[in-house]
Design a protein around this ligand. Sequence first.
Ligand code: HEC
Ligand code: HEC
Ligand code: HEC
Ligand code: HEC
Length: 177
Amino acid sequence: MESSYNSHVKRIIGGIVIAAVLGFLAKVVMTPESFGVYGHYRADAIIEEADREIRHWTNASCSSCHAHEANRHSKGNHKTISCEFCHGTYADHIADGKKVKTLPVMTGDEIKTLCLRCHNKAIEARPEDVIKTVAMPDHLKKQNVKETHTCNQCHYVHAPLEYINQAIKITGIKETI
Ligand code: HEC
Ligand code: HEC
Ligand code: HEC
Ligand code: HEC
């Protein structure tokens, strides 16, 4: 007669065998086909990544259609700043070499917010020798203008000192900032 003392052992072993078989089946069913072709990853992932639509382009990609802004920008203090940082993504504007969508054009306080993201003296972690910062509204008070003035009323956004330097050259007057 079979001992009833080891029936629980059989049940446990049976359980482990069933779990192992189910686990193996699940692995076979769920492992993507191209897994392991080159290594411990899905080989198809390489093709999929390479096929993704390119969303960001260089400043040069804008210049063919916006030569005026691009020329001024490339000679001014903002030459290291990407057009896309301020305007949005190439792919949201151009497809197959043609304009397909409108990019937002900032005005008024939106421009102020944009400029102060980089030039706000309140951001103390930003040293003056890396980027020049201004305290608001002191910067406007020192220019003797109302606090409602927006940055682009004095600074040309694409070359922010261009007109100011021209004015200083012509008048010889230099504001204290
Ligand atoms: C520092 C932010 C900034 C950068 C960098 C920048 N722009 Fe602008 N741009 C603006 C703002 C703000 C305006 C709208 C206000 C203005 O023109 O004074 C504008 C206006 C424009 C306009 C005119 C839109 C209209 O219909 O009035 C074009 C075109 C343009 N930018 C293209 C470019 C290109 C091309 C580059 C890169 C070579 C570039 N911008 C880089 C901030 C920027
Ligand atoms: C194939 C040509 C072409 C390219 C490349 C191009 N644009 Fe434009 N863009 C246009 C046209 C056309 C307009 C509408 C007329 C105008 O304002 O000159 C326009 C308008 C704009 C405007 C005003 C808002 C709008 O959408 O009407 C901004 C800002 C702008 N472009 C920025 C850019 C930036 C930044 C790039 C590069 C990332 C870029 N453009 C690349 C053709 C182009
Ligand atoms: C992405 C960050 C960024 C944004 C946004 C930005 N700037 Fe700049 N700006 C810079 C950098 C970087 C320089 C070059 C380093 C420097 O001179 O401060 C610069 C230079 C300048 C200078 C010349 C400072 C000097 O004396 O050398 C002025 C003025 C200026 N920006 C004004 C503006 C205005 C106005 C706006 C908004 C339209 C703006 N910036 C938006 C990063 C930015
Ligand atoms: C009323 C005109 C006016 C307005 C509005 C204005 N600025 Fe200026 N800004 C100037 C003048 C003038 C200078 C001094 C240029 C010089 O001396 O070389 C200057 C210089 C700067 C500098 C360089 C500071 C330095 O230490 O060299 C930055 C950065 C700057 N402005 C950012 C801004 C930002 C951001 C705004 C909007 C929030 C703004 N400005 C609004 C006139 C103005």
